[in-house]
Design a binder for this molecule. Structure first.
Ligand SMILES: Cc1cc2nc3c(=O)[nH]c(=O)nc-3n(C[C@H](O)[C@H](O)[C@H](O)COP(=O)(O)O)c2cc1C
Length: 311
């Protein structure tokens, strides 16, 4: 295979890949190039009513706590280590407003509305306070992933991951992954600089959650949860045979690992399994509840400025 492959985001990856022409097959996995040069904008198509889509009950997940009430977790990373292992003291964390010199949101120089009139306007618009620390639940990241690694000693492992995001489409394509040092997988990623991001279907949701509740330090999760390791092409970590898609990645930037547990990865190969009947992935709401891929809303015609992102 001569050219690396990538789909721009893992979510669009799955959607787009269903119609992509296969360029190569390998044990049910196919890979294809995504990125295209920019094109000129076209006029905005006429407005059409949106199909009715189900709305999630955000209010039901909003505890009646004030926004901006910090959790004081003491974690130096954006994700929470298991409670017994939280080591970093609060004083070692960046304090509000000191990250890269940004002004504190509470410094009094902002335009935030703290008056009774502001509160009244929000109330009239049915805006209820929501804990800012639970922002991740509102943003709902891409699909839950299995991260496959192989240690420098050759031992393969799997972990579950919900915190990840695409960073850039090309030049090179990059994705970010938040993986804490309490994870056994952390050492393998640090040692080898390689991993595979595997996108499981919702039919595997229970096993995937179970994978995230035990450590490769104690158990062979491939065997326990009956996942099939397959040889990758560019990295030593195995592909996950049961996944909807697998993306082979190399670590490209570690500068935010110590501060946020954030690894910047370059996808170097991608594979999609066209033989799977269940093609829906699932997304973590951040509290043990998950959203399953549902109805697709095709607004490609309206994406006039971003046509080049489409096949
Ligand atoms: C739904 C779910 C999402 C998770 N997301 C993350 C994550 O984004 N980053 C992380 O470091 N751990 C995450 N975890 C926790 C790890 O999967 C867990 O610590 C696992 O035991 C690590 O395995 P390991 O020690 O074999 O590496 C998640 C767990 C679950 C169940």
């Amino acid at each position: 295979m001569s050219s690396p492959s990538l789909l721009a985001t893992t979510r669009s990856y799955l959607t787009l890949s269903r119609t992509r022409t296969r360029t190569r097959t390998r044990t049910g996995l196919a890979t294809g190039a995504l990125l295209c040069p920019a094109q000129t904008c076209s006029p905005n198509p006429s407005s059409t009513p949106l199909p009715a889509l189900g709305h999630r009950a955000l209010a039901a997940s909003a505890p009646g706590r004030a926004p901006n009430s910090g959790s004081g977790s003491g974690s130096g990373s954006g994700i929470m280590p298991p409670r017994k292992q939280r080591k970093t003291s609060r004083s070692s964390r960046p304090t509000a407003g000191d990250v890269d010199g940004d002004p504190s949101p509470d410094s009094g120089t902002s335009t935030s509305g703290t008056s009774a009139a502001s509160a009244s306007a929000r109330s009239a618009a049915h805006l209820a306070a929501y804990p800012a620390e639970n922002t991740h639940r509102l943003l709902e990241p891409g699909p839950v992933l299995l991260i496959s690694t192989r240690s420098a000693q050759g031992v393969p492992n799997l972990m579950t991951c919900g915190f990840h995001m695409p960073l850039q489409h090309s030049g090179p394509p990059l994705v970010a992954l938040v993986l804490g040092q309490w994870d056994h997988s952390y050492a393998a990623l640090a040692e080898t600089g390689e991993c595979v991001l595997a996108v499981p279907g919702v039919d595997l949701a229970q096993q995937v959650v179970d994978v995230g509740n035990c450590s490769g330090e104690d158990v062979d999760k491939w065997a326990r949860f009956a996942f099939t390791p397959l040889p990758a092409e560019a990295v030593q970590a195995p592909l996950v045979g049961e996944a909807l898609a697998c993306v082979e990645c190399r670590v490209r930037d570690r500068r935010n690992v110590s501060r946020y547990g954030m690894w910047v990865l370059e996808p170097v190969r991608a594979w999609v399994n066209g033989a799977r009947e269940e093609t829906r992935s699932f997304h973590h709401r951040g509290d043990g509840r998950f959203v399953v891929d549902g109805e697709e809303l095709d607004l490609r015609e309206r994406m006039t400025k971003w046509k080049y992102l489409q096949d």
